[in-house]
Design a protein around this ligand. Sequence first.
Ligand code: FCB
Length: 448
Amino acid sequence: MVQFTFPKNFLWGVATASYQIEGAYKEDGRGESIWDRFSHIPGKVVNGDTGNVACDHYHLYPQDVKLLKEIGVNTYRFSISWPRIFPEGKGKPNEKGMTFYKELIHLLVQNNIKPAVTLYHWDLPQKLQNIGGWANRKITAYFEQYARYVFKELGDLVPIWITHNEPWVFSFLGNWKGVHAPGLTDFSTALQVSHHLLLAHSKAVRAFREMGLKGEIGITMAMSPMYPASQNKEDIEAAWRKDGFQNRWFIDPIFKGKYPSDMLDWYLDKVVMPEVKESDLEIISSPIDFLGVNYYFREIIKEDKNEWPLNLKVVTADGGKTAMGWEIYPEGLYDLLTRLHQEYNGIKILITENGAAFNDIINREGKVEDDNRLDYLYQHIVQAYRAIQSGVNVSGYYVWSLLDNFEWAEGYNKRFGITYVDYKTQRRILKKSGYWYKKVIQNNGLEA
Ligand code: FCB
């Protein structure tokens, strides 16, 4: 018997991103992206993996749409590769690149699958990195041009738009920690990048409204709820600071029109503050239709004065872990959703990513029995349900990911798919979790 029934018209989807699945990195005029450049540098990605071929989705997309149909999703989140559309980052668009997305979207629409399109999932045209990348304010104008062109070509067909994927991850893992493209290691640059990402986001939102498009537009954030390691004042403050650094720094400008004052104070004597022009925050706070939330794990935070510039560290939790070493903590999703609801005016939320990597194996019957992933998804969907019961406006849920794919610095070593990909043959095998998710969608909910 179905016990947890979701609201009518709930969106059930799966998500992917261009660089992680498309391959065809030099085909039909596609330009180089910062992830091509980065992944080709020895030592940056596990096993020297690159996205050159990935899941070859660029060629196999008709088969992948069939797979979506088989799973029964009513929405599919994917991203557009900016350098496929503008090989130089700006200037003359590459029509062949656009044709690929048009065909994909037409196929989705024919199959009653709502496209949810992310404009920027980290694959910046390398040509733009050459002039400073997101640290250069000019990129915000080029992003607007790219967005306008995509809206003009695809606007009528796409009901859900996402400007950026996880600006915190892009800013800080790519520009401070150096473990993602473009591989820089400067905190102040990362802070400046974060401001420009937000500004670019809002310029795209404004263009979208101005063009009178019918769909909805929002942004997707990587969000981890932060819990103090103890009830000491220092740890409580450190957890709040991590929340400011990672969560509030990105959502407050959008929903409150200002950067969190505790973080501005904290940064002041430690880093070079980002250049913020007078009207920027007014633009950044342009209303959006939903907030995309990617949830994978919580964090437990302890003060650590040796850690510059935030004076804190993440403590390893005792709970079960995925193959990424990420703690499995489903209640964190509930805590996060209810908090966002309370503090940000009941904003509509789409869970745009949630999922887990495990070391899958194909068994003798040729099946992948990923009970651990199934259990992970089950537990998190239950928490989403609880949040909805508590009044949070959650209108959709996307599993990360449709396919095993190029997991950034981890390469093909980490499998997140509900479909197994045999990279040698490009054969797709729907995993047990995929068959299970199909039933969840059919029932619009879960059995307890
Ligand atoms: C998120 C990314 C996504 C994927 C998952 C595992 O941070 O948005 O592309 O790599 O993590």
